[in-house]
Structures are given as C-alpha cells and as structure tokens.
Design a protein around this ligand. Sequence first.
Ligand SMILES: Cc1cc2nc3c(=O)[nH]c(=O)nc-3n(C[C@H](O)[C@H](O)[C@H](O)COP(=O)(O)OP(=O)(O)OC[C@H]3O[C@@H](n4cnc5c(N)ncnc54)[C@H](O)[C@@H]3O)c2cc1C
Length: 345
Amino acid sequence: MKTDLNATLRSHNTFGFDVLAERLVHITDRQEIPALVDKANKDKAAWTILGGGSNLVLAKNIPGYVGLMAIKGRRLVKETDSHFYLEAMAGENWHDFVAWTLNQGYAGLENLALIPGTVGASPIQNIGAYGLEVAHVFDSLEAFDAQTQEWVRFNKADCQFAYRDSVFKHHPHRYIVSSVCFALPKQWQANLSYAELAKAFNSTASATPSVTALAIFDKVCEIRQAKLPDPQVLGNAGSFFHNPIVSNEQYVQLKQAFPQLVAYELSTPFHQVKAWKLAAGWLIDQCGFKGYRQGAVGVYDKQALVLVNHGGGTGEQLLQLAQDIQQKVQEKFKVQLTIEPVIFQ
Ligand SMILES: Cc1cc2nc3c(=O)[nH]c(=O)nc-3n(C[C@H](O)[C@H](O)[C@H](O)COP(=O)(O)OP(=O)(O)OC[C@H]3O[C@@H](n4cnc5c(N)ncnc54)[C@H](O)[C@@H]3O)c2cc1C
C-alpha cells in the first residue's frame, strides 16, 4: 500500500481546503481494504475513507489513516429478461461510469450525469438529481464491515435509502464500500419528471416526446454547467444544505406569511403523511446571503444553496458562515437548515 505521511488533502476535496492527512493510503485493490483496517487497529489509530472529496468539509487535519478510494473496474455482471446488471468498483469516477454505461448502450443513469465523486460514495447519501436517485436504479453493493471484519453484501432494502440518506450515514466508521451494482431496465423510458428537463424537451403531462438517453445526458450536463460552479475554478461541495421537509401545517403557515415561498409537495414512499420540501436556496436568498462574502468564503452569486471557497479559506471559516446562515433562516422562517456534506472538525 502506497502511504504518504502528512500529505495535503487540498487536491482531494472540492472546497480545496488545505488540511493534512497523517497517513494517506492509496487503495487500489479490494484486499487493501481489510489490510488498512487491520493496520489501523494494530496501531490503535483512526481510519477514514475518502472518495472524490466532493461532499466534505475538512476543518482540521485528519489523524490516523486516510484511505483514498482508487479501486477501478466496471463490467456487465449479467442480464435478465428485464434488466442489465452493471457493476463498478468504488474508486471509479461517477460521471465517467455514467458516460461509459451510455456508450455501451445501457440507458438509465443519464439524469445523474456530472455529479462529482466516486461510485463507492454514490449510495452513501443516495445521490440524486433531476428526478432520479441512486435508490431507483440500485441493485446491491459489497462492503467490508470493519466491526465484524467480514465482507458483506447489501441489497436495496438493507441500505434503508431515503432523501440524501442511507444506513451508511448512520454508521460512518463501520462499512467500506468496494463495489456497487446497478439494475438498469431494458424497457427504458425517458425520465422527464423534473420540471426543468420536461421544459427543455417540450414534454407535457399528456405527451412525452421521443427523446434519447444520450440527449438527456447532454441536457443535464448543459443545465448543471450553467447552474453550478466548477470546483476546479471555485471550491464548493454542491448543495450545502438539505432542502428542509416540513409538515403540511407548517407549510400553510409559511405560505401565508411568505406567499412567494418555493416548495414542492412530497409524494414519495418515504413520506406517507402529506409533507412539503422547501427550497433551501430560496430561504437563504431571502435572508440576503446570495453573493455574500465573509473573508475568503461566501455564498455563490447564482445559487444561494452553494457555499464557496474563493481561495485560501478554511473549513472553520466556512462552518462559521454556515452557522450564520442557519441562524438567520431560523429567525426569519423558524426552519432549521441541516448541512449536507460530511464534516471533519
Ligand atoms: C459541484 C457539485 C455538485 C454536486 N451535485 C450533487 C447532486 O446533484 N446530487 C447529489 O446527491 N450530490 C451532489 N454533490 C455531492 C457529491 O458529489 C456526492 O455526495 C458524491 O456522491 C460524493 O462522492 P465522493 O466520492 O466525492 O465522496 P467523499 O466526499 O469523498 O465522501 C463523502 C462521504 O462518503 C464516505 N465514503 C466515500 N467513499 C466511500 C466508500 N467507498 N465506502 C464508505 N464510505 C465512503 C466518506 O467517508 C464521507 O463520509 C455535488 C457536489 C459538487 C461539488
């Protein structure tokens, strides 16, 4: 295992925060996962897994072993009458994997194009965008259980997927994902459920135009590039806060007080009772934060949901700004914003 001592993680997190990993280990083979855990246990040291670092706030140096997930490989595992089963190793770049599946003729992941990060991290927060979540196309994954020291296979029910959530988020130092398998339907249908995509393809409730998966892939890339800052240019982790979910009662009160409130009714299996998802970006914008700058960190000027590092900022400064935003939103709307990225502090 290649190990770098006191290595900077600046190029391994999309905010570009310059913190150090005490021991940075490059994991390029499945068997290096149990070896890393074993080594950490013997040294009585902590271990942490990093993928592409696109959902992290690194506010301090990370002690112990930091395993950089870099296991590569992708393949068609099997096909049934109804589905293609495609597997990728945890260190594969997510967007490259999506592009590869389409190039091989397997449609179904196109709505999730251009999400940064690795395949291995995709089930951790059940990544989602443009009307699709990983949970919808997930078959199973393999992970190493650091507690029992055994390899385990998770099916969809085991993962307990919910909005930006899974069982793995609740056991942060237990499972290390080595590969993920996706089930893509042979009877592919365009998913234009997201209003902006439907508009782009002139789709209506009564008529869905004939559109290819590749066309959706290209459109999603185009929309995302116009909306979100490129982390190579401006450090960020995408949406910084979850869109808060409120009861129907709270929604009605808010809508009366703020008629312009942006909200979407939830009708997913995760929410049996009538509930609403509020647009966190709108709440933040209404508190005057869009384009706001606090030293080297700030709020993106085109989308208030995205916090940015203008260069030279620290994770601590960013968390202070996040706290200020949470406080203002709480005061004005009585709504608690929760932070999406994983915080190391
Ligand atoms: C510009 C931008 C746009 C984004 N847009 C979206 C979006 O539309 N939708 C969305 O859902 N997310 C979005 N994100 C967030 C991010 O891309 C996803 O959360 C992504 O899945 C994170 O992958 P990663 O490899 O970078 O994970 P990391 O940030 O490296 O890690 C995230 C967490 O997962 C854990 N982890 C990583 N790999 C493994 C593994 N193999 N086994 C066990 N634990 C692991 C880490 O320990 C950490 O706790 C965006 C981020 C950016 C920067």
